[in-house]
Design a protein around this ligand. Structure first.
Ligand code: 5GP
Length: 205
């Protein structure tokens, strides 16, 4: 995996504090580009209403997850609020080998690990328009006061990590945020490094 090359496919890593609207952006983005595959993480947490196994996550037991760690099946994994989350090595490798680009929706600790392994990956951080708006969005989800303030604190910890990401998308308006995401992807896909083989093939003739 470490011999990942720029011409193999783009690896897009997206992180955000909860309530920033990352999932909606990712869904719309995936619909726009059929060549982009979503990396379906493994997790030990229970499915939420509406979540589909194999589409949103691969839901597994802690025992299975631990066995997967022991077999070295994850590119990265983390413990988040008592649940385990991990990115599958074989899934990513198979997508990249088939020429797909891959979108990873993971938190910043995992993203940092991915950065070490894939120097050509693109890192996007989704920010809410403001802290008060983030609070409003979390409140809308019907959380208690205590949970909201705990989540806001966790959000600030996550936002601190935005400093090392390549791009920031502020999600004020979903359509605009998706458009920015799209622009970043197209620009990244157009980087010279991804075309060196092609340029060489012109010069050989
Ligand atoms: P949720 O439980 O709300 O779906 O996800 C909680 C957090 O875990 C989100 O920030 C999400 O991006 C992150 N996450 C999901 N899958 C993975 C993974 O495979 N690795 C890491 N590091 N984080 C993940």
């Amino acid at each position: 995996m470490s011999n990942y090359e720029l011409d193999k496919g783009v690896l897009i890593v997206v992180s955000a504090p909860s309530g920033a609207g990352k999932t909606s952006i990712c869904r719309k983005f995936i619909e726009m580009f059929p060549n982009v595959r979503f990396s379906v993480s493994y997790t030990t947490r229970s499915p939420r209403p509406g979540e589909v196994p194999g589409r949103d996550y691969n839901f597994v037991t802690t025992e299975t997850f631990r066995q997967m760690i022991a077999r070295g099946e994850f590119i990265e994994w983390v413990e988040n609020y008592g649940d385990l989350y991990g990115t599958s090595k074989t899934q990513i490798a198979s997508f990249l080998e088939k020429g797909h680009d891959v979108l990873l929706d993971i938190e910043s600790r995992g993203a940092k690990e991915v950065k070490k392994l894939f120097s050509g990956a693109v890192f996007i951080f989704v920010l809410p328009p403001s802290l008060s708006e983030l609070g409003r969005r979390l409140a809308k989800r019907g959380e208690t006061e205590k949970t909201i303030s705990r989540r806001l604190e966790a959000s600030l910890d996550e936002i601190r990590e935005a400093m090392w990401y390549d791009y920031i998308v502020v999600n004020d308006d979903l359509k605009d945020a998706v458009e920015r995401f799209r622009a970043i992807y197209i620009a990244e896909r157009s980087k010279r490094g991804r075309f060196e083989e092609k340029i060489r093939s012109f010069l050989k003739q």
